[in-house]
Design a protein around this ligand. Structure first.
Ligand code: DGJ
Length: 703
């Protein structure tokens, strides 16, 4: 067969995404599947005459970027009102250009001077396709954008698909839901100005047959930290499509003559390796292509929040720092309470200079003390917020998001600064820049502790409903500039825990504070959900006092060691035995850190996790028991990710055996209630494990 014209195949290591113009001129998806040997192997763009007078072809075809116009009743990617009041867009193919890693397709409205450029980029090693759209007003008059998604994705028609997504609330984020999709539209979204604790802009679709290790899975995520929307639609023609992009709720964008609007990127991929493979592809992609320092392991930090709350000063912090250093902590982070007038949560936000009572000589003496103890110093800030009781608010009450005729609703006694305003951005840039210039700070925890209310913007240059996007653009701009000026700083995104976790913020921040809930049992579920999308290095996890006396310290450490380990308890209260045990696990984590943070992660069941280094030579297994079954039975765990022909030892099991043998059999592990275990996995070279297994807990030195 001759090669088709206007047909594009985006190939990745294992997959192919094929789309093109059908004979009627619609830009439609042809297939999204495993890669095939020849371009002729892929099905051509589908055709359809429609279905009776009630459903024209556009409703039946898998259009790549449907616009609201004509007889379009399904979820469109674009909705526009032109200056003359016409609310109807009819896009037709104009041109295409291939790029080094993808293709751009230009569409134009058939009557109005409106251009849409669809960008496609293949991320080969990760089997991901990136899509975003640019809308250009080529006409002399403004037009209003009322919906603009990044992409619509189509899965093969026929099966009943299951949608996996993450849901939760403050202190209880990232719970996995998997549900069948039936006819109609399932909407997931945020209207909160941030990504939100409630839903996450990530999805997995499977045909009902997938498991953790096998089966077809289509998955993806949006790189955006503000209001977003996901619409998973099953049509009456047994087709399933999923749209992802900016939320159109309360949204409008005035696009003036000659202006363009660019959507955030949506990423999506396909695998036949089940949910586990889908997660690992995202993990590797996030580490290697999204995060600023994704291939450098994180330092083990101590955060003083749960120990001292707002009661921070030189003495309280220095005492904690001394113990932290003894335990092997590498980074000491002072949390909330250090800045002007901040004695509780009712005052101070906005005044980003050290409180003169708590730190009469500034932060330098504390930082020098921490540095002298051999640790880096990090600091907490919440730049987007202001307390009415602050010098900033008294000087600029108009800088907050508000409607002048309404009393602003306070959340945690604070208002949200309008980050869309350049003067607000400049103020914050100057304040934080000064802090980072004057002090040796290598880590910042950037918090945001409330959601939006009264989203007004009195003197907005365009439509005030642009605030939803302009706020996030302002945030990105500010953060990006700070990063540019202070490249040594590692940033953490926190929004009362995991309220702002997405691929957009991860271009700026290397870590997420996953949840304010630090109870180990609760964390197991929260972390498991988080791992669907994000790699372990991103997952900041502290051992605190939340379960002290109820859950063994080893269990609490093992839970936190599954991510980027940190400590957050009141170390002054820890007994010598607890400190000795903490030092032991910290040392063990340092040794295992590259495997956990930079390796491949395998979810082995409800309470077991395995990490393997990229070369497959060394790994670690964590297993937990939270509720003993009656009659008591062992955990039975099947390892994954070993090299079949290599010979491995596994700590505590008779071996050595080949990778194939270990993976074919089950490890039997007996654990009592609230017991956990850590087992190293190491390749055997010349009869000995290549790495010595860590020192057992029974041989501890007192700290
Ligand atoms: C919410 C965060 O999630 C906590 O870890 C802590 O930083 C507080 N804010 C401080 O106000």
């Amino acid at each position: 067969m001759p090669p088709q014209t206007n047909f594009w195949i985006l190939e990745t290591a294992n997959t192919a995404y094929a789309f093109g113009l059908n004979q009627a001129g619609f830009l439609v998806n042809a297939s999204w599947s495993l890669r095939l040997p020849n371009s002729q192997d892929y099905p051509p763009p589908p055709e359809s005459p429609g279905w009776a007078s009630f459903n024209n072809p556009a409703q039946v075809l898998p259009e790549e970027f449907p616009a609201y116009g004509g007889m379009c009743y399904q979820e469109p990617c674009l909705k526009v009102t032109f200056a003359d009041g016409v609310r109807d867009v009819v896009l037709r193919f104009d041109s295409a250009a291939t790029t080094s890693d993808g293709v751009t397709i230009t569409l134009r409205d058939i009557d109005y001077p409106l251009r849409v450029i669809l960008h496609y980029r293949a991320h080969g090693p990760y089997d991901l396709i990136e899509r975003w759209a640019v809308i250009i007003n080529d006409g002399p008059t403004p037009l209003m954008l009322e919906r603009i998604f990044s992409a619509q994705w189509h899965v093969p028609p026929g099966p009943t698909y299951h949608l996996s997504h993450l849901t939760g609330r403050w202190n209880d984020e990232f719970h996995l839901i998997r549900e069948p999709l039936t006819n109609g539209v399932k909407i997931l979204e945020s209207r909160r100005l941030t990504t939100s604790h409630h839903h996450n802009p990530w999805f997995c679709l499977d045909d009902g047959q997938a498991s953790e290790t096998d089966g077809q899975v289509w998955f993806g995520a949006l790189a955006w930290s503000g209001n977003w929307k996901l619409a998973a639609e099953v049509t009456n023609f047994a087709t399933t499509r999923l749209s992802l992009g900016l939320n159109d709720w309360d949204f409008a964008w005035k696009l003036n003559s000659g202006e363009e609007f660019t959507t955030p990127s949506a990423f999506a991929g396909y695998t036949t390796g089940g949910y586990g493979a889908a997660s690992r592809k995202l993990h590797a992609f996030i580490r290697e292509r999204i995060l600023p320092h994704g291939t450098t392991p994180h330092k083990i930090l101590y955060n003083s929040w749960e120990a001292t709350l707002f009661d921070v000063n030189m003495e309280s912090q220095a005492r904690l720092a001394e113990i932290a250093a003894d335990l092997g902590i590498e980074l000491f982070v002072m949390d909330d309470g250090w800045f002007h007038g901040r004695h509780n949560d009712q005052a101070g936000l906005g005044d980003w200079w050290p409180d003169p009572i708590k730190f009469p000589h500034g932060l330098q003496p504390l930082i020098q003390r921490v540095n002298a103890l051999g640790m880096d110093f990090g600091l907490w800030i919440e730049p987007e917020m202001v307390n009415p009781n602050s010098e900033l608010y008294r000087a600029h009450p108009d800088w907050i998001l508000h409607f002048p005729t309404r009393q602003p609703t306070l959340g945690r006694n604070q208002c949200i600064l309008n980050l869309a305003r350049p003067d607000v951005q400049e103020y914050l840039l100057a304040q934080i820049d000064r802090l980072l210039t004057e002090n040796n700070i290598t880590f910042i925890k950037w918090d945001m502790n409330r959601n939006v209310s009264e989203p007004g913007w009195a003197d907005a240059p365009g439509d005030p409903r642009e605030i939803w996007v302009r706020y996030v653009q302002g945030l990105y701009h500010l953060w990006d500039e700070l990063r540019r000026r202070h490249p040594q700083v590692v940033w953490q995104s926190c929004s009362g825990g995991g309220g702002r976790a997405d691929l957009g913020i991860l271009r700026l921040a290397d870590q997420i504070w996953v949840s304010d809930n630090t109870q180990a049992i609760a964390r197991l579920a929260i972390q498991a959900g988080f791992s669907r999308v994000f790699p372990a290095s991103v997952m900041e996890a502290w051992v605190t006092d939340a379960d002290r006396g109820r859950i063994p310290l080893a269990f609490r450490f093992h839970v936190s060691m599954c991510g980027s380990l940190g400590l957050g308890g009141d170390l002054l209260k820890w007994t010598p035995a607890e400190r000795a045990e903490a030092a032991h696990w910290i040392a063990r984590y340092k040794d295992l850190r590259p495997l956990i943070q930079l390796g491949n992660q395998y979810r082995l069941g409800p309470a077991a996790l395995q990490y393997m280094g990229q070369d497959g030579q060394r790994g670690v297994l964590f297993a937990f028991r939270t509720c003993l079954a009656e009659p008591a039975s062992p955990l039975r765990i099947k390892l994954q990710g070993l090299q079949p022909k290599l010979i491995y030892e596994i700590e505590g099991f008779p071996g050595p055996r080949s990778g194939s043998a270990w993976m074919a059999s089950e490890l039997e592990i007996w654990l009592g209630n609230f017991e956990s275990t850590l087992r190293e996995i190491a390749v055997v070279v010349g009869g000995c494990p290549k790495s010595k297994f860590g020192q057992p807990l029974s041989r501890l030195k007192k700290v």
